[in-house]
Design a protein around this ligand. Structure first.
Ligand SMILES: Cc1ncc(COP(=O)(O)O)c(C=O)c1O
Length: 430
């Protein structure tokens, strides 16, 4: 039976069938449905009441599927661009910044929008949860979860490829409730995912869930809530670099809620998502008008990923085909998949720093490069209302201003370990 909607704050819904059901704590899939579909949170409150800045990400708590708030968060900051806008000849360019830029009010110590996910996902966790949350990542997601769990005493198992250890930097030592294990040098993100899947077969561990987790998507959707709260209107265009595309799905879902809210317009932002050449599998599927991802040879994919500078954009199995996923989002909202090569992203990064005054992550530079290109090609016009989602930045600034500590692994696994070995090691760690 569905619980009293008002008392529960939100219920869940299958995008495919529209059926509604309760969140049993960590529901990731529609019960008794076999066709792969995302599920969505339907919030009791149709008109969002944005709280004060001091609430951090929880300013947007009305539209987050959380049961508690955690300490230390910061919300994305949106401001009207002057420098970059002038350089590009744009009259209505808004920048949403998730990273470190205290002068603008952005205080993400891990410097990327993955922190919005982590504060939302961990806020969905019950304070009495005894099992260990498992997260696999090659970079920004791992750093964000480690930071949030460390500060809030939440047990976390992080699975990362050994070659990505340099992504695990922090401005203070990490609490022992966070345990890092790695797959040995030569392995990649997919090997780390394999390890995390093994861990999740053990009784004491459970998967965070990635794009299927409504808390992850609605956390990322706060970038759009920040923009619309600042602008007062739903933008015409949304620019973001994607690996999985979860951020763009989240942007679309926030947009739909904002239309229902009724105060910000009825338009759907065109989703101008971008990838780093030559690794462009979402682009290829979209241009082929295919819901399925096209076949991509594993070795070719690895070589392409080695080449790209924006390594975080290297997801080979994005939630693109799934019902309610990126393909559906782009078909519904409109938009395009744009591309930038390494040279273009480096130039865009320099232009951003010179015109706006802060460094940005390579992924954000991909989004900026494609905006520059879109203006040249007449894809967007000078008066269009544009949201540029700067998903990571201020890392150089942060590292200049802080002492940096690295998280060390508790165990180095073989590239594809067996379940017995994983169980033995994890039994000792937790
Ligand atoms: C800084 C940054 N930007 C963009 C992305 C792409 O995010 P997604 O494709 O999950 O929306 C990532 C993913 O890790 C990231 O770290």
């Amino acid at each position: 039976m569905i619980k009293d909607f008002k008392a529960t704050k939100y219920i869940l819904q299958s995008v495919y069938t529209g059926k509604q059901f309760n969140d049993e704590g960590w529901t990731l899939d529609a019960p008794n449905e076999t066709k792969p579909t995302l599920i969505r949170a339907i919030y009791n409150k149709k008109q969002i009441e944005v709280k004060e800045v001091s609430a951090g990400i929880y300013r947007f708590a009305d539209w987050l599927p959380i049961h508690r708030t955690l300490k230390g968060s910061s919300a994305p900051v949106t401001y009207k661009s002057e420098g970059l806008a002038k350089h590009l000849g744009l009259n209505n360019l808004y920048i949403t910044f998730s990273g470190y830029w205290p002068e603008k009010g952005a205080k993400f110590p891990t410097c990327s929008f993955k922190e919005t996910e982590a504060y939302s996902v961990c806020g969905r966790l019950s304070a009495n949860e005894k099992k260990v949350l498992v997260v696999a990542s090659a970079g920004n997601t791992a750093r964000a979860f480690a930071h949030v769990c460390s500060d809030n005493n939440i047990p976390l198992l992080l699975c990362v490829p050994e070659d990505n250890l340099n992504a695990l930097w922090f401005n203070k030592p990490i609490n022992d409730c966070v345990k890092l294990v790695v797959t040995k040098s030569g392995s990649d993100y997919f090997d780390a995912i394999h390890l995390s899947n093994l861990a999740c077969q053990l009784d004491n561990f459970f998967a965070e869930g990635g794009a299927k987790n409504v808390a992850r998507r609605d956390g990322m959707g706060t970038t759009v809530l920040s923009a619309v709260n600042e602008i007062g209107k739903i933008p015409d265009y949304y620019f973001q670099a994607i690996g999985s595309g979860t951020g763009a799905i989240a942007a679309w879902e926030s947009n739909l809620r904002l239309i229902d809210d009724g105060r910000f317009g009825r338009n759907k932002m065109k989703l101008m998502v971008s990838q780093n050449k030559p690794f462009v599998p979402i682009h290829d599927a979209w241009k082929a008008d295919s819901r399925e991802m096209l076949h991509l040879d594993d070795n070719l994919a690895r070589t392409q990923v080695e080449e790209i500078i924006a390594k975080v954009l290297s997801n080979r199995k994005p939630p693109y085909p799934i019902i309610g996923g990126l393909y559906d989002a782009m078909k519904d909202a409109g938009g395009d998949v744009l591309l930038a090569n390494n040279d273009e992203l480096q130039k865009a990064s320099k232009i951003f720093e010179e015109t706006e005054g802060n460094d940005i992550h390579p992924a954000s530079a991909v989004a900026t490069a494609t905006l520059i290109d879109a203006i040249k090609n007449g894809l967007v016009q000078k008066d269009d209302l544009i949201m540029l989602n700067i998903t990571g930045g201020g890392e150089n600034k942060f590292k200049r201003e802080n002492e940096i500590f690295y998280l060390k692994p508790k165990h180095v696994f073989e590239i594809t370990p067996d379940l017995e070995t994983v169980k033995e090691v994890l039994d000792q760690l937790f």
